[in-house]
Design a protein around this ligand. Structure first.
Ligand code: ZN
Ligand code: ZN
Length: 409
């Protein structure tokens, strides 16, 4: 088989380029990177040059285009490798920044070549550095989704690492009524620490987020974290049953391989019964979007107290009437400062009476995601309609609320 590099058109382009510019074999061969596979650009350049006998070999350091850049591949691989030493990873990708002048010269040269035949200088540089790193470690180049992207600035020998966050999915239970889901900064000092917050910077001593993330940060030696919950319960609401889905995002982790069963045990042990996690597994950014937008049905148990005794028959009737009904909830007064004021329609799927005792009653309620249960009971001064208080004609207030189950996950 005759090499495609001997094609008349290819030889003509090569000759034209070499008659005007001194090019090393890398830079000559790269003009025809797409012509024939199975060779490096350097090998292609050498073949072409040999065919055109009147042109002698140009040393890389004397190359008009790269002026020695391809002599430094080994050096670039070494400094990247040094930076990667601190990190555990399986896959990586090399990127590079080069002199503007080199890129300008590359543009000029490309006017001779057919863009269909050639590839950019950076592509070759990145690939050749990547090959060395692959060979000298057991790590693999990944173009789509690398654990680490290492970008080398070839003019200054500076390496910039972009570390892919580590995502861990799990479900949490919360057994104490005074713990917010996420860290809540002090309203006065906004986290700096002041007398009001006892110099903690926080409104509450701890949070579900902190109780979970602390151990994970220690193990991964990450720089920070974000907690993404599939909705949230109020501070005074327990999260029971199978727990609430969440994804914990660890930023710049140095360690990525974790024994998640062990981690689960350690988190739970340290949380001393305040919270518990289960079902931990490695996850992705896509899963955050999924659980954030999920519209899972929720099952609650709610205990409420009326201003006077609750009529059993009346409550039974009301519970029947509300089955399958849609209620309208104007943004509750207690969250109005944080949420937009709109009317939300929410479906009530199921209600059951567990207990009626004088002025106290306990119900289980299955509703559409996003229903405000406290307001469904109280009516929130007419903002939620209909409400249990309105229908039984006794003003009621929630005394205890638990999420029993998040369905559909
Ligand atoms: Zn060159
Ligand atoms: Zn403060």
């Amino acid at each position: 088989m005759v090499s495609a590099l001997k094609d008349k058109k290819i030889v003509e382009i090569a000759e034209k380029a070499l008659s005007k510019y001194k090019l090393c074999d890398h830079c000559l061969g790269r003009l025809f990177a797409m012509v024939e596979h199975g060779f490096t650009n350097e090998e292609r350049g050498e073949k072409l040059r040999r065919n055109l006998k009147q042109y002698r070999k140009i040393e890389i350091k004397d190359c008009w285009l790269c002026s020695g850049l391809f002599n430094e591949i080994r050096h670039f691989a070494d400094i990247i490798s040094e930076h990667l030493n601190d990190y555990e990873f399986e896959t990586f990708l090399v990127g590079s920044k080069t002199d503007e002048e080199i890129l300008d010269r590359e543009q000029e040269l490309l006017e001779f070549a057919d863009p269909e035949y050639s590839e950019p200088l950076k592509t070759e540089l990145n690939r050749e550095i990547g090959k060395i790193l692959e060979k000298e470690s057991d790590k693999k180049v990944d173009f789509e989704n690398p654990n680490i992207m290492a970008v080398i600035d070839t003019s200054f020998d500076v390496v910039n690492l972009q570390i892919k966050p580590l995502y861990i999915y799990g479900r949490y239970n919360k057994y104490k009524r005074d713990i917010p889901q996420t860290r809540w900064f002090c309203r006065v000092c906004r986290g700096k620490g002041c007398r009001k917050c006892n110099y903690t910077g926080k409104m509450y001593e701890t949070s579900v987020e902190e109780l979970i993330a602390r151990r994970v940060l220690e193990k991964t030696r990450g720089d920070g974290e974000s907690f993404h919950g599939c909705g949230r319960e109020d501070i005074d609401v327990c999260m029971l049953g199978n727990g609430r889905p969440f994804v914990l995002e660890i930023k710049n982790p140095k360690i990525r391989s974790l024994d998640l069963d062990q981690l689960e045990e350690e988190i739970n042990e340290r949380a001393e019964g305040k919270i518990k996690v289960n079902n931990l597994h490695f996850s992705s950014k896509i899963e955050i979007a999924r659980i954030k937008s999920a519209d899972f049905k929720k099952l609650y148990r709610v205990t409420f107290a009326g201003e006077k005794a609750i009529n059993k028959e009346k409550l039974k009737k009301v519970v029947q009437t509300l089955q399958g009904k849609t209620i309208s909830q104007f943004t509750p007064s207690r969250v109005a400062r944080r949420r937009v004021n709109i009317v939300r329609d929410r479906k009530i799927y199921n209600l059951n009476i567990e207990l009626i005792d004088g002025a106290t009653a306990t119900l289980t309620i299955e509703t559409q995601s996003g229903t405000y249960i406290k307001e469904l009971i109280s009516g929130d001064d007419g903002r939620t309609r209909p409400s249990i208080s309105e229908m039984i004609e006794v003003p009621c207030k929630v005394t205890e609320l638990d999420v029993m189950e998040i369905k559909g996950e």
